[in-house]
Design a protein around this ligand. Structure first.
Ligand SMILES: Cc1ncc(C[n+]2csc(CCOP(=O)(O)OP(=O)(O)O)c2C)c(N)n1
Ligand SMILES: [Mg+2]
Length: 286
């Protein structure tokens, strides 16, 4: 029998009542439980933002880091101890703005990190400023007349960077979100889960998303074709959720690191990596 309280933290989440992040937290706990993980096998790494308070609210190892920097920390943890399941969880400002470079390169390397971006199209913690996913015309504290900047499209960008698992979910459907996270946990390498997680205080898009979202799998969609994935991501008439693209054909960076280390992997033997490999790693992460 699975213990539903296994991943319960002693700390109560202090997000605003109705915040989408509660749905993401519930889905993540459920997915870890159903994937048969134990708390000591998991690390949740975050940046800065309302959403980035996540590690405090879940009973796993955790690292609440700097704004935009969950990925370098997560990658370091995974390289040092590949037996750990490493989940990075942060907001759209954190991961699609100040820290997006790390995400692009994690996709390129296929680092074995599962990244959940709680996308509310706003800076929540700092009380309602424009974020990289804010829409053209969106009124925020820093765009009182409406934004004049086009939003970033993180999913096609990450697919183009070499992403091997690219998905979108909605916190209004935590059951579906849990299923997508369970698939990400099984994936060989980097997984991006864009979690639409509305901010009820500064940019409440709940009703709109509820009207427009649909599940890709309900339309017979199969996530094995890159071109079709681009098309699906760019649907102008609705908000598709589910897995857009997935391939298990590429080894993760950490798997390849193990290979160059003569198959001696993981952990203490990192020290024995050939000097040439250490040099290229130092350059890559400098
Ligand atoms: C280096 C740095 N720059 C700016 C900030 C201020 N800051 C804190 S949270 C945040 C944005 C948070 O937005 P998001 O990542 O979308 O998270 P949310 O609060 O919406 O969940 C910013 C700009 C900071 N803490 N550190
Ligand atoms: Mg945000």
């Amino acid at each position: 029998m699975l213990d539903p309280k296994l991943f319960e933290s002693d700390t109560r989440a202090d997000w605003c009542p109705g915040c989408g992040d509660f749905g993401v937290l519930a889905a993540l706990k459920d997915a870890l439980l159903k994937s048969g993980k134990q708390p000591h096998e998991v690390v949740v790494v975050s940046g800065i933002g309302c959403s980035s308070n996540m590690p405090g609210y879940i009973r796993t190892y955790g690292f609440h880091g700097l704004h935009g920097r969950p990925m370098p920390v997560a990658i370091g943890i995974k390289c040092a101890n590949p037996r750990l399941t490493v989940v990075a969880a942060a907001g759209d400002g954190d991961e699609y703005g100040i820290g997006f470079n790390h995400v692009v390169h994690a996709a390129r390397r296929n680092d074995d990190i599962k990244l959940i971006v709680m996308n509310n199209e706003i800076y929540g913690l700092t009380t309602g400023q424009l974020s990289p996913t804010s829409r053209l015309g969106q009124k925020t504290k820093t765009s009182p007349e409406g934004s004049i900047i086009y939003p970033i499209k993180p999913l096609p960008t990450i697919l183009g960077a070499g992403g091997t698992f690219v998905a979108r979910t909605f916190s209004g459907d935590p059951k579906h979100m849990s299923l997508v996270i369970q698939e990400a946990l099984k994936h060989r390498g980097f997984a991006l889960i864009d979690a639409i997680s509305p901010c009820v205080t500064w940019h409440n898009i709940y009703d709109e998303v509820k009207k427009l979202f649909y599940k890709l799998e309900d339309r017979g969609y199969k996530p094995d074709d890159e071109q079709k994935a681009y098309e699906a991501m760019n649907d102008p008439n609705g908000i598709p959720i589910g897995i857009f693209y997935r391939t298990e054909d590429k080894a993760s960076f950490q798997e390849r690191l193990g290979e160059v280390n003569g198959g001696r992997w993981p952990v203490d033997e990192v020290k024995t990596l050939p000097e040439s490999v250490c040099r290229s790693l130092a350059l890559e992460f400098a």
